[in-house]
Design a binder for this molecule. Structure first.
Ligand code: SAH
Length: 304
């Protein structure tokens, strides 16, 4: 059982952030502090680090790991601008987003993130939030559920599954939901992944408005980065990665005219430059050592 979160692509993150001693770095998803610890150790004297996380429990671990090396803030990364201003950091040298969830959260028995662990359906990173996966599963309309499954996990049987969920209500626990999915989707026996994987991903994204949050934090990041400052994003599934790629490509491009425009008339000014045109993936060695890194993709952009 993995009970310590092993940070992903640490070397790549450090090099992408171009860390400088006098720099200010915001780790938007500080989690247990793995990346922040590496950022802190990258220069002597140490850079200034602000670590943000919605999960209080994660911050307690981060505090133990980081001590005085970082200012820790229990809030959403969406508020990166307000948080930096409040701390009097007007311009930031580097911003890191390590999306998804930590091994600790996946393993925590009462969070309901994992279909392999019996728990009430919850999936909130922020326990103060009202909406939980239980509400979505038990209260949303069949159409809303089908859309969530389709758009947040590319589930091809989204309608069938949404219907089965509505018919089986109330569904209180992860196990009840996982068993229902298994019995509804028995078809592809060759697939190595459990049929509930996609549904649980979709519910987590919907519960925490993850895609909306990524859009917001990226826009806000561009407002507070200094010229030459970098934003580094690690994603763990194609829906997230596509969103980040589209955002970065749009703000890096000189023209955002529709492809069929004969001449450019958008007068779009690029705001960022892509540091690596191709997405950066973990080494084979890392994937072997840390299976959680398997699906990781890293993208870096620099403010112009
Ligand atoms: N890099 C971390 C692990 C990050 S896992 C480490 O090395 O330990 C992703 C983290 O993002 C989780 O701790 C989760 O609680 C946090 N998170 C998810 N959505 C968030 C949001 N909107 N604002 C702040 N933190 C968020």
């Amino acid at each position: 059982m993995e009970n310590v979160h092993c940070p992903v692509m640490v070397k790549e993150v450090i090099s992408a952030l171009k860390i400088a001693s006098e720099g200010v770095y915001v780790d938007c998803t500080v989690g247990e502090g793995g990346h922040s610890l590496a950022i802190s150790g990258a220069t002597d004297p140490k850079p200034t680090i602000v670590g943000i996380d919605l999960d209080k429990n994660a911050l307690t671990k981060a505090k133990k790991m980081l001590g005085e090396r970082a200012v820790l803030i229990n809030d959403s990364y969406v508020k990166i601008k307000e948080i930096s201003h409040r701390l009097n950091y007007r311009k930031i040298d580097g911003i890191l987003l390590d999306l998804g969830l930590s091994s600790l959260q996946l393993e925590t028995t009462n969070k309901g993130f994992s279909f392999a662990r019996e728990s009430r359906l919850d999936m909130r990173f922020d326990t103060k939030q009202e909406l939980s996966a239980w509400e979505i599963v038990n209260k949303y309309s069949q159409q809303e559920l089908a859309d969530i499954l389709y758009f947040y996990s590319n589930e091809s049987k989204s309608r069938q599954l949404a219907k089965a969920i509505v018919n089986a209500r109330p569904i209180d626990t992860t196990t009840e939901l996982a068993n229902l999915i298994k019995s509804t989707m028995f078809s592809n026996r060759k697939s190595k992944i459990h049929p509930a994987t996609r549904t649980f991903q979709a519910l987590r994204i919907a519960t925490n408005d993850e895609l909306g949050n990524i859009q917001k934090v990226l826009s806000n990041a561009l407002d507070i980065l200094k010229t030459g400052g970098r934003v580094v994003v690690i994603t763990y599934h194609s829906i997230e990665d596509r969103l980040v790629k589209r955002f970065m490509t749009k703000y890096a491009s000189k023209c955002i005219c529709p492809p069929n425009n004969p001449i450019c008339n958008c007068e779009h000014e690029p705001k960022i430059k892509l540091i690596s045109k191709k997405v950066i993936k973990p080494s084979e060695n890392e994937v072997n050592k840390n299976p959680r890194s398997r699906s990781a993709k890293l993208r870096v952009a620099e403010l112009l």
